[in-house]
Design a protein. Structure first.
Length: 134
C-alpha cells in the first residue's frame, strides 16, 4: 500500500555513517574482507565473515554486522535465515539507533518478499517510528 511504502521511506536513517566502524580495527578488517567478497557476488562467504560479530558484546557492532550479514544471506537465496538473523539481532538492543532502524527496514523487505505484506507494513511502520525517536 501507499502508506506502507511511505513508512518504508520515512524509516530510512539519513544520518547513518557508513564508515562508523573505521576506528574499530577488528570490525574494519571483517567489513573490508566481506565487502570484497560482495563485490564478487560471493554472498554466502560474505555472510560467514560477518557471523563472528553477530554476538559481539557491543550492540552497535552486533546489530550492524547482523544487518550486513542478513543482506548477504538474502542475496544468496537464504531469506529464511536472513529473517531469523534480523529477529535475533533486534533482541540485542531496543535503543532507537540507525542500526535498529536498518534491521527493521530489512525485516520489512524480507517479509514483503515472502508475500507477508501486512507484517512487512508493520515492520516498516516500526522503522519509521523508531527513526523519528532518534
Amino acid at each position: 500500500s501507499t502508506d506502507a511504502l511511505a513508512n518504508r521511506a520515512a524509516g530510512t536513517p539519513l544520518d547513518y555513517d557508513a564508515g562508523w566502524y573505521l576506528g574499530l580495527p577488528d570490525v574494519a578488517a571483517v567489513y573490508q574482507a566481506a565487502t570484497a567478497l560482495e563485490g564478487r557476488k560471493e554472498w554466502a562467504a560474505s555472510a560467514a565473515l560477518y557471523q563472528p560479530l553477530w554476538k559481539d558484546s557491543r550492540p552497535e557492532v552486533a546489530q550492524d554486522a547482523a544487518w550486513r550479514g542478513a543482506r548477504a544471506l538474502w542475496a544468496s537465496g537464504k531469506s529464511g535465515e536472513a529473517l531469523a538473523l534480523v529477529d535475533s539481532a533486534l533482541t540485542r538492543s531496543s535503543a532507537a539507533t540507525a542500526f535498529r532502524v536498518h534491521l527493521l527496514l530489512l525485516r520489512g523487505d524480507l517479509l514483503n518478499a515472502q508475500g507477508r505484506t501486512a507484517e512487512a507494513a508493520a515492520a516498516w511502520a516500526d522503522a519509521a517510528r523508531t527513526n523519528q525517536r532518534r
